[in-house]
Design a protein around this ligand. Sequence first.
Ligand code: XMP
Length: 485
Amino acid sequence: MFREKIHEASEALTFDDVLLIPQRSEVEPRDVDVTSKLTRNIEIKVPIVSSPMDTVTEDEMAIAMARFGAIGVIHRNLTVEEQVSMVKRVKREESFIIRDVYTVHPHTPVSEALQIMDVYGITGLPVIDDDGKLVGIITIRDLRFYRGGSVEVRELMSKDVVTAPENISVEEAKIIMHENRIEKLPVVDSSGKLIGLITFKDLMKREKYPNASRDSEGRLMVGAAVGPYDIERALALERAGADFLVVDTAHAHNVNVMNSIKKMRSKIDVDIVAGNIATAEAAEDIISLDIDALRVGIGPGSICTTRIVAGIGIPQLTAIAEVADVAEEHNIPVIADGGIRYSGDIVKAIAAGAHTVMLGSLLAGTEESPGKELIIGGRKFKLYRGMGSLGAIQKGISDRYGKIGATKFVPEGVEGAVPYKGKVEEVLYNLVGGLRSGMGYVGAKNIEELRRKGRFIKITSVGLKESHPHDITIIAESPNYPTAL
Ligand code: XMP
């Protein structure tokens, strides 16, 4: 029986074990569409997700990811209040209709209105009466000739205000603003009460990021991580406007975790991503909980020691394919999480069945990550650590990895540093460039075609050596091939 166990052990592959076979192609990399499904109900234009780790994703990273068309998941090594305020910050950034509008009353002194504009850096204020009804607007233009003194807002405000109804679209708002040459468009309900404000500046920002991941109100989209048993946190994050939640566990195929996910599902309306898993059986069981996407990866991460500490895991390409086959039958998207070091790994992960990839180390060195900056040997680095590392556990997170006793933990991750890489936008640009190139070689016009058409060939360690630059001393850094690790 024991001998059989060893003989039965099947082979499993990961990124470096294979390459994709070049195929006859009519597809130019610049023409491919990399839009993909993140969850059952969310689509993103760039299939990359930043990992919920305390050295990778907070509000800054989530905003930058969403602006690029990708998406971020805010980590949970924070108090509920801190995490909620980060989600809110992302949702407020560039919202198409501002909901918390600064206003004044007709009898407010003009000097006070000017002060509000000055303090908050805004150029106009809607004027409302005691019932909240819009009665005018006062902008910098109206105040051009104000020379001080006790003048009230009602004396200088414009009373003929162009307004918009709540269900106005971005395009309609733009037309109204152009036609009336106005920069502020108050939004009112059917009784004339002010319920929001659209500004030309925000509409312009939208044009700067045409691919951004936005919700139906034009706000940037963001995800947030929750512990498997933290339903209170989940509810608070949903109320704060999180577009999806990631139930963040090292082993979702655990009966207690699954029972809790089921409970969470019954209370949460936004999409739920569940994981991590690495087998077809886990995929079946977790999908039956009515979740909206699966997160795959046990131990492939650059900072993970789960495979070494616990002896557990499945090489990542095999794990992705095992889960994707089951997920396909139920129309559930798959997120490949961990182990991605180069853009080529993204192409392989998608060809193996993933819809999107989740990145930690590749993004941790960017300006937008919350990791601490370090100087080592005169070069700039950023701290990057596993969420199961001693440092992360000491900060607070303690139910993802290594919970053995109530007070003592066995870490399943390490702490390290990654080279500083500048803006995340640059990193994403290079990663997407590699993905587009790979799709051109395969002849895939879109992500679905890459998932169907991509074919692998197994390589040897000698083949791998041939794949990397060899027999040369590299003298110039390439943005998509880090050499100074
Ligand atoms: P990369 O390779 O992109 O991986 O840096 C990021 C993913 O690694 C997982 N993660 C961990 N896994 N111990 C683990 O075994 C840890 O301490 C740990 N921290 C993060 C996680 O899935 C992340 O997205």
